[in-house]
Design a protein around this ligand. Structure first.
Ligand code: FAD
Ligand code: FES
Ligand code: MG
Length: 297
């Protein structure tokens, strides 16, 4: 059981939570993730990146977007509540080194897993450029945190409501055209964004690391749910990754596999929403009953 110590809303659908997890906090390195289960008997297992950790306090921080049933149930939890099962740290840590000039590109919720990597790249002595992309201004997260560590920060929004208008690949191409080009690019976000970041850097021969968000079940290399094709070979994201050479990943196959359970995910979300409405109605009825009940004279 892991107690929730802090909860903060970062944007309309994005939440940050600090959880008690002393052993994971001591062990974790940038790029690693946990798998959590809200209910050990019936809850599904979902992977979330460790966005930060405090080994002294014994806590890990997660940042997640409510996209379906389990993340919505997690967002309903409050400070003092528990997450029943937390496993980690999982996955291989990011290879951190003094590469020279590193460009970190984050799209949407991908900025959360990117943050600890950007921190570690900066601490290793690299010149750090960060590109943050979001659909619109209210979905931009961790801008102040990234600004505090980056030598240069570029924000782009699809609708132009904040920063530059356009996709992350536009400034990324500009950085690749500079002399010298970046020594390393790290791109994390929706698969389509990572695919086009890799396509952007390939002609410039700039090494590009992507962090893959495949479906995971056990997280220990046994179920095969997270398999991807990298350089023509089958790799397991949970134990061989989550980071891979973006120029080698078969993104089209990965995106196809990510949609394998859409009907089940949709049904689970609809059932959750119906249940949520019932619970809200019951709570409103109970409140009304309390307000209208008159104390005895
Ligand atoms: P559902 O409606 O069940 O699914 C919505 C979509 O989420 C699916 O279409 C699928 O693409 C993905 N998904 C569903 N189940 C799983 C699963 N068991 N494993 C992986 N993906 C799944 N999200 C964040 O918001 N923050 C993070 O820091 C983060 N880190 C991740 C790190 C890794 C290594 C991986 C693989 C994924 C990460 N994700 C992160 C994605 C997160 O796991 C999914 O958004 C979550 O599982 C969705 O669950 P759901 O029940 O709410 O949604
Ligand atoms: Fe089962 Fe990777 S999640 S093999
Ligand atoms: Mg789910």
């Amino acid at each position: 059981m892991n107690r929730i110590l802090e909860k903060k809303q970062l944007s309309a659908q994005v939440w940050q939570m600090v959880l008690e997890a002393p052993l994971i906090a001591q062990e974790r390195k940038a790029g690693q993730f946990i798998i959590l289960q809200l209910d050990t008997d019936y809850g599904e297992r979902i992977p979330l990146t460790i966005a930060d950790a405090d080994p002294v306090r014994g806590t890990v921080t997660i940042i997640f977007q409510t996209v379906g049933r389990t993340t919505s149930l997690l967002a309903e939890k409050n400070v003092g509540d528990f997450v029943e099962n937390l496993v980690g740290p999982l996955g291989r840590p990011t290879h951190i080194d003094k590469f020279g000039s590193v460009v970190c590109v984050g799209g949407g919720i991908g900025v959360a897993p990117l943050y600890p990597i950007a921190q570690a790249m900066k601490a290793a002595g690299n010149r750090l450029t960060v590109i943050i992309g979001a659909r619109t201004q209210e979905l931009v997260i961790l801008e102040n945190e990234m600004r505090a560590i980056a030598d240069e920060l570029v924000v782009v929004t699809d609708d132009g409501s904040y920063g530059r208008q356009g996709l992350v690949t536009v400034p990324l191409k500009e950085f690749c055209e500079q002399t010298p080009p970046p020594d390393l690019v790290v791109a994390i976000g929706p698969p389509i964004m990572m695919k086009f970041c890799a396509k952007t850097t390939e002609p410039y021969h700039v090494k590009t690391i992507v962090s893959l968000n495949t479906i995971m079940i056990d997280g220990t290399g046994m179920c095969g749910g997270c398999r991807v094709s990298v350089g023509g070979q089958t790799r397991f994201v949970c134990v061989d990754g989550p980071e891979f050479d973006g120029h080698q990943v078969d993104f089209d196959q990965m995106m196809q596999r990510l949609g394998a359970f859409r009907p089940q995910e949709k049904a689970a979300m609809e059932a959750y929403q119906a249940d949520h409405v019932c619970r809200m109605q019951a709570a409103a009825a109970a409140l009304l009953a309390r307000q209208t009940a008159r104390p005895e004279a």
